[in-house]
Design a protein around this ligand. Structure first.
Ligand SMILES: Cc1ncc(COP(=O)(O)O)c(C=O)c1O
Ligand SMILES: N[C@@H](CCCC[NH3+])C(=O)O
Length: 450
């Protein structure tokens, strides 16, 4: 396995300042003189008052700006938003109306896309263990591309395609290039569960088998090397490996594949001073690498697809918590809030770090170091360790956490039978509920009793 590039989003010389918001807060975030903050022109204190805490706030304007920035940076490519980062009907609609495609990776995500009539041709269906039922639903809806991850699902899919139809497929190849902020989210190397290995021969076998299925059309190759990647080099390297494989297929079968999907994984800023991967920089560097390698191999340049998830929704999200308890224990001051690892499991899963601010009032107190924790029954239930907070922080205060728009709502759980927070969308001075708060009754509804 070749691990390329840095593992977190720190500034580089190539990074272009001004890619929307340079820091971790969403691009419409503003502090007010009274110590409050607004997003999309709406006071966060008012949102907390109206919708309660904890609440996820998502900035529609910022999401739309990010969609547009991707389309502008890659006008000749397909930009597919990776739904796993954050999906609800409103989000699917924003993405659809901004002209993006949608990457889904489960029957549930497909069902949501279908429920809002997301154009089937613009859906890419993923998964390393798609059930026959999921494959059936994907074919039934007529999704544009199914990404085959293993040899087993080739025949399984082929029998589901109605006679006279051809299902476009991509083959997910393991380029043996990986990068990403944590081992658990590096997905491009040999020895992890995703994709078809070039080393074992599975990739070559899969090409052969797909070409033998009249109901399947091999449209191209796919790879996804990891997530929260801050530099372009790993993407360039993966692109070169993939183009080489496309040339091999041309040499073996005389078939020129028209598409190359390079997955997602673009990093964002979580802390002040960090910068996300700028799509303009990504586009310039990666298209140059593809063009150069294609020219060297005498291959036409394929149509590119990218699948950013975090980079579209992550910076647009803020989580609001209410402080419940402030407690000094040993040398640590714990600020305990009304949420935690059930609405944000990322610190405990990946050691992820976040930026936060006391909002809703102005404090004249000096700052001190505190650890913000949740209300769950684990000492690892930490939202942010050793962060700066006004020394007079007290129960009833509001805390806003930046850059929680990706992999927070989508990874939330009901641990300790905690109801999951609502999602409040803000735009142009108005706030509206797009996902309601889970109620205790929701938590009991599946429990059929004794
Ligand atoms: C196949 C695929 N595409 C896209 C993504 C989106 O990743 P990110 O949110 O890091 O852009 C993922 C998740 O890492 C993925 O597995
Ligand atoms: N869940 C991960 C990202 C995984 C990306 C999906 N392949 C995170 O929160 O960073």
């Amino acid at each position: 396995m070749r691990l390329i590039g840095r593992e977190s989003a720190t500034p580089t010389e190539q990074d272009q300042p001004g890619w929307l918001s340079p820091g971790p807060w969403t691009s419409t975030f503003r502090r007010t003189a009274e110590g409050d903050a607004t997003v999309g022109g709406v006071s966060l204190r008012n949102i907390a008052g109206r919708f309660g805490t904890p609440s996820y706030v998502v900035d529609e304007t910022d999401v739309r700006r990010r969609c547009r920035a991707y389309r502008a940076a890659l006008p000749d490519a397909t930009v597919a938003y990776a739904a796993k980062a954050f999906l609800c009907r409103a989000m699917a609609d924003w993405v659809r109306t901004e002209g993006l495609s949608l990457d889904v990776c489960s029957g549930g995500e497909l069902a949501l896309a279908r429920s809002v009539g997301f154009p089937a041709e613009r859906i890419i269906f993923h998964g390393n263990a798609k059930t026959p039922h999921e494959l059936h639903d994907a074919v039934d809806y007529g999704v544009g591309r199914i990404v085959l991850d293993n040899v087993t699902e080739i025949a399984r899919l082929a029998v589901l395609v109605p006679l006279g139809r051809r299902q476009k497929v991509l083959l997910r190849i393991t380029p043996d290039v990986e990068a990403g902020a944590h081992a658990a989210i590096r997905t491009g190397g040999e020895g992890q569960k995703f994709g078809l290995s070039l080393v074992t021969g599975d990739a070559a076998m899969a090409v052969n088998q797909v070409l033998g299925q009249p109901g399947l059309e091999l449209a191209g190759l796919h790879c996804h090397i990891g997530s929260q990647i801050a530099t372009v080099e790993p993407f360039q390297e993966a692109a070169r490996v993939m183009v080489r494989q496309m040339a091999r297929i041309r040499d073996t079968y005389g078939l020129v594949l028209p598409e190359l999907d390079l997955g997602g994984g673009h990093g964002i800023a979580y802390l002040p001073g960090e910068r996300g991967l700028d799509p303009r920089h990504f586009a310039a560097a990666v298209t140059a690498a593809v063009r150069e390698r294609c020219a060297g191999l005498g291959l036409p340049v394929p149509r590119l697809t990218v699948e950013p998830g975090r980079a579209v929704s992550g910076p647009a999200g803020i989580t609001l918590y209410r402080v419940i308890v402030v407690k000094r224990q040993g040398s640590t001051t714990f600020v305990a809030v009304d949420g935690g690892m059930s609405d944000n499991p990322r610190p405990s899963l990946y050691g992820a770090q976040y930026t936060m601010a006391l909002i809703g009032r102005r404090s004249a107190a000096v700052n001190r170091r505190v650890t913000v924790v949740g209300h769950h029954c684990e000492s690892g239930d930490v939202i942010a360790e050793d962060v700066s907070m006004p020394a007079d922080v007290h129960p009833g205060d509001l805390i806003a956490v930046a850059a929680t728009g990706a992999y927070n709502h989508s990874m939330a759980s009901t641990y300790n039978l905690t109801a999951r927070p609502p999602v409040v969308a803000v735009s142009e001075g108005t706030a509206r509920l797009v996902v309601r708060r889970e109620e205790p009754a929701d938590l009991l509804v599946r429990d059929v009793g004794l």
